[in-house]
Design a protein around this ligand. Structure first.
Ligand code: TXA
Ligand code: MG
Length: 342
């Protein structure tokens, strides 16, 4: 078996990597923080492939990497605070969580069905050349298997992901070696969601005091969350459609399904469709959303985790804004999402 393709990040290699991204493939690439595992953020199947390659047990939202403020503006609402931080820290190790525009051409899986979106503009020539050549925002978590350390060299990536990545662009060791700082700008006060490459003091000097994540009273609606809870009850393991229900099927098992995550039983396709279909069925006139069983292997683990959380949501969760801080709190398959699952 051949090893992963590690390529020196020449102009030709970047052009080839950009082609791979546009075809829905995955490319590991250097940024100033850590190596990212990139895919076309607008392509749900490519985003599903990212989760599969990382063995992520849960669909936590990904950061979309863009060239500049203009590209970010097409995806999110940029307020004055965001504008000030972008002017000061982009390109660089600062990720902003902003309100996602309804028109944003980004897969709902990349943002885990949330109404917010995490965006950053990396300060690394290879990352920038790749984003520019690909011509799309690149969704990229750190290029490691879930639960392991973020990689700061191409050989770390190869050791962790092996042949699960189409190509590894080698741009040497990452300058910062620590992930980006994540600041949420959804609520009235900026919130520190993850400390990282930009010191929090430097950010406060620009936008004033920052709340630590989870600090202060819950601000509803519109605070930050990693959970999407449908507005109506979800019933799992459904084998039939009951009165008033909308039925979400899998694998063509039930013909009366309103929608099918993947008629052919393809888990990557199901993952790519999951949030869009839940939202489509989450509509007036529907009393509950019933979902037929989905296998728990591969991406099915994360799909079931998400469905389980949706089913465990309380009335309060459901009445909250989609981007509200309170999410379903019942643990499903794995520990709580507050930890960074890598
Ligand atoms: O430095 C970095 O940020 C690296 C490089 C590759 O850019 N990326 C990275 O991505 O560390 P990842 O997936 O390992 O971490 C992204 C974090 C996760 O903890 C995720 O929950 C959070 O960002 N996140 C993404 N979108 C979010 C959103 N809409 N609301 C709240 N948190 C979000
Ligand atoms: Mg990570």
């Amino acid at each position: 078996m051949t090893g992963p393709r590690i390529r020196k990040a020449s102009t030709a290699a970047v052009a080839e990597a950009a082609r791979l991204i546009r075809q829905g493939g995955l490319v590991a690439f250097p940024t100033e923080t850590v190596y990212g595992l990139g895919g076309d953020a607008t392509n749900g199947q490519a985003v599903a492939a990212i989760f599969a390659a990382k063995d992520r047990p849960r669909f936590n939202p990904l950061i979309c990497h863009v060239l500049d403020a203009a590209q970010a503006e097409a995806l999110a609402e940029i307020d004055d605070r965001a504008r000030a931080l972008i002017a000061r820290f982009w390109p660089g190790p600062l990720t902003l969580v902003l309100r996602r525009r309804p028109s944003a051409a980004v897969s709902l899986l990349a943002t885990a069905g949330l109404d917010s979106i995490a965006i950053r503009s990396p300060d690394h020539p290879v990352a920038r050349a790749l984003i520019e050549a690909a011509g799309v925002p690149i969704a990229a978590p750190s290029a490691n298997r879930s639960g392991t350390l973020s990689p700061t060299t191409a050989s770390h990536v190869a050791a962790s992901l092996g042949n699960r990545v189409g190509m590894i662009l080698n741009g040497g060791a990452c300058r910062i070696g620590l992930e980006s700082t994540i600041v949420g700008l959804i609520g009235p006060r900026p919130a520190l969601l993850r400390p990282g490459g930009v010191p929090v003091e430097a950010i406060e000097a620009n936008v004033g005091p920052i709340a630590a994540a989870g600090e202060g009273p819950v601000q509803a609606p519109g605070m930050l969350s990693r959970h999407y809870a449908p507005g109506r009850p979800v019933r799992l393991e459904a084998t039939e459609k009951r009165t008033g229900e909308a039925l979400l099927g899998f694998g063509g098992a039930i013909t009366e399904a309103d929608l099918d995550l993947s008629p052919t039983g393809d888990l990557a396709e199901a993952a790519a469709n999951l949030f869009a279909m839940l939202r489509a069925l989450d509509r007036p006139g529907v009393a509950a959303i019933a979902v037929t069983p989905v296998p728990g292997t591969g991406l099915g683990l994360a799909i079931n985790d998400r469905l389980c959380r949706a089913a465990a949501a309380t009335t309060e969760d459901r009445e909250a804004d989609w981007s509200d801080e309170r999410g379903p709190s019942a643990p499903c398959v794995l520990p709580d999402a507050a930890e960074d699952l890598g």
